[in-house]
Design a protein around this ligand. Structure first.
Ligand SMILES: NC(=O)c1ccc[n+]([C@@H]2O[C@H](COP(=O)([O-])OP(=O)(O)OC[C@H]3O[C@@H](n4cnc5c(N)ncnc54)[C@H](OP(=O)(O)O)[C@@H]3O)[C@@H](O)[C@H]2O)c1
Length: 333
């Protein structure tokens, strides 16, 4: 048996013991977290333990999914551990599920029920006071292209809900609760509110779309059906890459490996490439609607930054076993 010293990092933690007795031969880091969670009354995921010697986080699972033993961390008698209260937490998966539910609700609601109110010329409609917002006296029924845009957008996010719930094997359990607002804003505001407001306008040819009439999906079946085909291809490809990522990690583990195969042999993050391609198809069908363009631009820049970071991480983690390549767009980026 040895004793480890414990100190709070950041704000004080009620009932945090100043030391803990453990059996070095049998104690796992998981049991360290569990015992401190029990004594402090804080949930297990709210606590982060770091080694006093080098500040590294005390993890509970190895890549293989096996438990980490305290002994393996090189902790000795009277070694110091810092405990940090991360604040209220929310499930990692739950945050994504909340993010995607916004557009799933907003698009059908706007198209099927809210058009008479959103685009009404009535002074009672606050949107009618916004300069250039396309309001009118008589609101025509939604066009076929608008219905297609609504179906594709909603289906995209239903797919993301499915993947979040059943396909992705995340390495983290929780994140701080207030992240849910920051993360959701991207989807609820850009792909939800803004796109729903500007895709279903009474005069779809003038509101936010600038393509010449002959190239618009309403008038050109090649654009409509070509766009739908491109969207289906991008969604299936994106799904295939997510299945590849899933297959790298045995259930319950946090293992990371180098993805190979469809898409991954060409770029580091083909899941991001196919994601952008799917939205470009929606943009094409929408006649270059600016609200879709804005969502693609913000999401695309974000994904490009993440892809570059992932590429650097692969090179650091796997060295020469990882073959350097473009991160998202073949030959370009
Ligand atoms: N439209 C937009 O603005 C936008 C923006 C971002 C993402 N997305 C969509 O959301 C999808 C998911 O995004 P993401 O950033 O979470 O993708 P990601 O980082 O590639 O991760 C997807 C899943 O695969 C796991 N994973 C990734 N690399 C792995 C590896 N080398 N070994 C083992 N497991 C690995 C991740 O685990 P960890 O939990 O360990 O990371 C996660 O569970 C994207 O593919 C895209 O379709 C859309």
């Amino acid at each position: 048996m040895i004793s480890l010293k414990i100190e709070p990092r950041g704000r004080p933690i009620r009932n945090l013991p100043s030391s803990i007795e453990i059996d070095l031969a049998t104690c796992t880091t998981e049991s360290l977290y569990t015992r401190l969670s029990a004594t402090t009354g804080l949930s297990r995921d709210r606590l982060r333990l770091t080694k006093g010697s080098d500040g590294s986080v005390i993890s509970v699972k190895k890549d293989s999914g096996k438990d980490v033993m305290v002994e393996e961390l090189g902790l000795l008698k009277d070694s110091k551990i810092f405990a940090k209260d991360l604040g209220p937490q929310i499930g990692w998966r739950t945050v994504f599920q909340i993010e995607y539910i916004g557009p799933i609700i907003m698009h059908p609601l706007a198209l099927l029920y809210l058009r008479p109110y959103l685009y009404s010329n009535s002074p009672l409609n606050p949107l009618s006071h916004i300069p250039y917002f396309p309001t009118t006296d008589v609101i025509p029924p939604a066009t076929t292209v608008q219905k297609v845009l609504c179906i594709l957008t909603t289906l995209h996010f239903v797919k993301r809900e499915f993947e979040t719930t059943f396909v992705h094997r995340f390495s983290a359990n929780t994140m701080p609760f207030n992240y849910v607002f920051r993360n959701s804003a991207h989807y609820w505001l850009l792909s939800g509110l803004l796109m729903a407001l500007f895709l279903y306008t009474p005069a779809p040819t003038t509101a936010g779309s600038w393509w010449p009439s002959s190239l618009r999906a309403e008038n050109n079946p090649a654009v409509l059906y070509g766009g739908i085909a491109l969207w289906v291809f991008a969604q299936l490809s994106n799904f295939a890459t997510h299945m590849t990522l899933r297959s790298l990690r045995p259930e319950g583990s946090t293992k990371r490996a180098i993805p190979t195969g469809y898409g991954f042999d060409t770029v580091t993050c083909p899941n991001y490439s196919f994601e952008v391609l799917g939205w470009l198809a929606v943009w094409l069908i929408s006649g270059g609607n600016w609200s879709v363009g804005l969502f693609i631009a913000v999401g695309g820049v974000t994904m490009a930054k993440w892809a570059m970071k992932k590429e650097r991480r692969y090179r650091k983690e796997f060295g020469s076993a990882y073959k350097k390549k473009k991160v998202m767009i073949p030959w370009i980026l």
